[in-house]
Design a binder for this molecule. Structure first.
Ligand code: ATP
Ligand code: MG
Length: 589
C-alpha cells in the first residue's frame, strides 16, 4: 500500500513536527494520560474476579467492608480513567488544532511566495483547495481518529495481557475469534468504502449538473431547454439518492452482523470456559473477568480499522503538504539587494528566452532596450508572447536564459521593496478584491483614504464615471469585482497603478470588448497614467498603439518589428497588416 518512493510516515511526522512545533507540544503528557485512561479500565474486571473468587465463592463469609472497599476502588478507577481520557483528548484537540493552524499558515505563505513560474494560476487555485482539504483530513484524523487509535491499541494490548495471565488456553480461543472478527471488519470496510466512493461520485455528478444548470440559466432560457435540463437534474439527483440509500442499508446490515459476531464470540467463551475451565485451572471469577476483557478487546477493533483508513489519508495529506513546502521558491528577495536609482528607469532585455515549465520556448532570444521615459506599445497576434514579455519585465517570471535589466540593474538583484515601489503592473484582467472601489485603489499604496482615491479618479479624468457609481468610491465591487463591467474593472486597476505612482509602468490592456464610451475614458486614463513615465503598454486597441512613440511587434515569441507607428506603417509588414485588421474592425463595428 505504502509507496516505496514516498516519504515514510515516521519521517513525514518528524518533519511536520519540525515545521509546526505546536503539533508536538505536550504530546508526551497527552500520551501518558491516554494510557492511564485505558489502563485503569482493566481494574473493573480484575476487582470483579477477586470479589467473586475470594468473597462470594471463598470459604469464609462475605466480608461486606472488603467488598465495599473493592467496589469503591473500581469506581474510583473508572472515574479517574474517564477524567484522564477526557483530558488527553482535550489536550490533543487543542495542540493539533493550533499545530495544524500553524502548518496551514506556513503552507499558504509558501504557496504565496512560489512564483508564477512554479505554479500557474489555475493550478494555484486547485492547490489552495487541495491544501485546505488535506489539512481538513489531517485535522479530522487528529481529533477523532488519532486519539481513538492510541486508546484502542493500548486497550487491546492490556486486555490481552490480563487474559493471558488468567488462562492462555482460553486466550487462544479469544485470539482466534478476534482474528476472524478483524478480517471480517476489514472486508466490510472495503465493501463500504466502495459504496461511499460511489456516493461521492454521484454527489459530484449532481453538483456539476445543478451548478451548470444554474450558471447557464440564461442560455437555458434563451434556447428553451428548461425541460431537458430539468430532466437531467432530476435524474442525477435520483441516482444520488438511491446510491445513498443503498449505502445506508449496507452499512447498517454490515455493522449488525459485526455485532452479532462479537456476541457469538462471547457465547463461545462462556461455553468453552464452562466446559474446559476446570481443566485449565480457570476460576469462576476469572471466567466472568474474561467476559469483560473480551468486550474490552473487541470493542475498539471496529474503530481501529476505520481509523486506519483515516490515518492513511491523513498521512497522504501530510506528504502532499510537505511536498509543497519542498518546492523551492524561485523568485526570492535577493540577499543584499540593490536599490533602484531615482531616475533613468528603463528596461533592457538581453537575449531572453523563456519557456513555461514543461512547455516549448514561447519567447526566443528577445533583445530590446526601452529607454527611460519612453512610451512603448507592444502589439502582436494572440499567443505571440506579449503578456509573457510583460511578466518578465516585472519579475513575475524568470527567464530561462538571458538577462532582464531595469534601471541599469539586473532585475533579480533588485530589492523587492525597491522593485515594488518603482514598478507597477496592470494585468490583463486586473484583479479586484471584494470590497469598495477605494479599498481596491488603496492596494496601490497603503494608507490611501477615500478622499485620496476620489482625487485619483479626478486626476485621471474619471470624475464623471466615479460619480455615476451608486456609492462613488465606496461602491462595493463584489467578489472579484463582479459588480463592475470588464472596462470598469480596468479603470479601477489603472487608478490603482496611478496611486502607486510608479516610475515604470507595465500595462496589459484588457482584451475583452468594452463599450465605446468607456473605451474613450480608458484610453484617456492610460494616457494620463503613462505621461512622463517609462511605460510598456500591451495594446489590443488601435488608438493605444497610435498614441505611443514606439511600437514593438511580437510574432511567435520574437520581436519582428520595432519603430514608430508611422515608420512601421510605411514598412508594410506585420504591423501594417495588424493595423489594417484593426481599422477594418473599427469602421465595421
Ligand atoms: N501559464 C502558462 N502556461 C503555459 N503556457 C502558457 C502560459 N501562459 C501562456 N502560455 C503560452 O505562451 C504563449 C504566449 O502567451 P502570452 O499570454 O504571452 O500571449 P499574448 O501575446 O499575451 O496573448 P493575448 O493577446 O491573447 O493576451 C502562448 O503560446 C501561450 O499558450
Ligand atoms: Mg496577453
Amino acid at each position: 500500500m505504502a509507496d516505496r518512493t514516498t516519504m515514510r510516515t515516521s519521517t513525514a511526522l518528524r518533519r511536520s513536527f519540525g515545521v509546526a512545533p505546536e503539533l508536538r507540544r505536550g504530546l508526551v503528557a497527552t500520551l501518558v494520560l491516554a494510557v492511564i485512561g485505558t489502563g485503569l479500565q482493566i481494574v473493573v474486571p480484575v476487582v470483579l474476579q477477586q470479589v467473586i473468587d475470594s468473597e462470594i465463592l471463598g470459604s469464609a463469609a462475605v466480608d461486606t467492608a472488603s467488598v465495599t472497599r473493592r467496589g469503591l476502588i473500581a469506581l474510583g478507577a473508572v472515574v479517574i480513567a474517564m477524567g484522564a481520557r477526557y483530558l488527553s483528548l482535550r489536550r490533543l484537540v487543542v495542540s493539533s488544532a493550533s499545530g495544524l493552524a500553524q502548518l496551514r499558515v506556513i503552507t499558504f505563505r509558501h504557496l504565496h511566495r512560489l512564483s508564477l513560474l512554479d505554479l500557474q494560476s489555475e493550478r494555484r487555485g486547485a492547490l489552495v483547495a487541495r491544501v485546505t482539504s488535506d489539512i481538513e483530513t489531517m485535522q479530522q484524523f487528529m481529533e477523532w481518529g488519532g486519539m481513538g487509535m492510541i486508546l484502542g491499541f493500548s486497550q487491546v494490548l492490556l486486555a490481552a495481557v490480563v487474559m493471558l495471565f488468567y488462562s492462555w488456553q482460553l486466550s487462544l480461543v479469544v485470539l482466534a475469534g478476534v482474528v476472524i472478527y478483524t478480517l471480517l471488519i476489514v472486508y466490510f470496510q472495503r465493501v463500504l468504502g466502495r459504496a461511499h466512493d460511489r456516493v461521492r461520485e454521484r454527489v459530484s455528478d449532481s453538483l456539476a449538473v445543478t451548478g451548470e444548470a444554474i450558471s447557464g440559466l440564461q442560455t437555458v432560457r434563451a434556447y428553451g431547454m428548461e425541460d431537458v435540463v430539468k430532466g437531467r437534474v432530476d435524474e442525477t439527483l435520483d441516482r444520488q439518492f438511491s446510491a445513498e440509500v443503498r449505502t445506508a442499508i449496507l452499512a447498517s446490515s454490515l455493522f449488525s452482523s459485526a455485532e452479532l459476531f462479537a456476541g457469538a464470540l462471547t457465547a463461545v467463551v462462556i461455553g468453552v470456559g464452562v466446559v474446559f475451565g476446570a481443566d485449565w485451572g480457570l476460576s469462576a471469577g476469572a471466567l466472568v473477568a474474561f467476559l469483560f476483557l473480551v468486550n474490552l478487546l473487541v470493542d475498539p477493533i471496529q474503530r481501529l480499522v476505520e481509523t486506519l483508513d483515516q490515518a492513511q489519508s491523513a498521512g497522504a495529506g501530510l506528504r502532499k503538504i510537505l511536498a509543497i513546502l519542498d518546492t523551492e521558491v524561485l523568485i526570492k528577495d535577493p540577499v543584499g539587494g540593490v536599490e533602484l536609482p531615482e531616475h533613468g528607469i528603463g528596461v533592457r532585455f538581453d537575449r531572453v528566452t523563456f519557456a513555461y515549465p514543461g512547455g516549448p520556448d514561447v519567447l526566443h532570444d528577445v533583445s530590446v532596450d526601452v529607454l527611460p521615459g519612453q512610451r512603448v506599445a507592444v502589439v502582436g497576434e494572440t499567443g505571440s508572447g506579449k503578456t509573457t514579455f510583460a511578466k518578465l519585465a516585472t519579475r513575475l517570471l524568470v527567464p530561462s536564459s538571458g538577462v532582464v535589466e531595469i534601471g541599469g540593474v539586473q532585475i533579480d538583484q533588485v530589492r523587492f521593496g525597491s522593485l515594488r515601489s518603482t514598478v507597477a503592473f496592470v494585468p490583463q484582467e486586473g484583479f479586484l478584491f471584494d470590497g469598495t472601489i477605494a479599498e481596491n485603489v488603496a492596494y496601490g499604496r497603503p494608507g490611501v483614504t477615500d478622499a485620496d482615491a476620489r482625487r485619483a479618479f479626478d486626476d485621471l479624468g474619471l470624475a464623471v464615471w466615479i460619480d455615476s457609481m451608486p456609492d462613488g468610491v465606496r461602491t462595493n465591487v463584489g467578489e472579484r469585482g463582479s459588480n463592475l463591467s470588464a472596462g470598469e474593472r480596468q479603470l479601477v486597476a489603472i487608478t490603482r497603478a496611478w496611486i502607486a505612482d510608479p516610475r515604470l509602468l507595465v500595462l496589459d490592456e484588457a482584451t475583452s470588448a468594452v463599450d465605446p464610451a468607456l473605451e474613450v475614458q480608458i484610453r484617456r486614463a492610460i494616457e494620463y497614467l503613462t505621461e512622463g513615465r517609462t511605460s510598456v503598454t500591451i495594446a489590443h486597441r488601435l488608438a493605444t498603439a497610435e498614441a505611443s512613440e514606439r511600437v514593438l511587434v511580437f510574432d511567435e515569441g520574437a520581436i519582428v518589428e520595432d519603430g514608430s507607428h508611422a515608420a512601421l506603417l510605411a514598412l508594410d509588414g506585420v504591423y501594417a497588416s495588424l493595423h489594417r485588421d484593426w481599422e477594418g474592425a473599427v469602421t465595421s463595428g
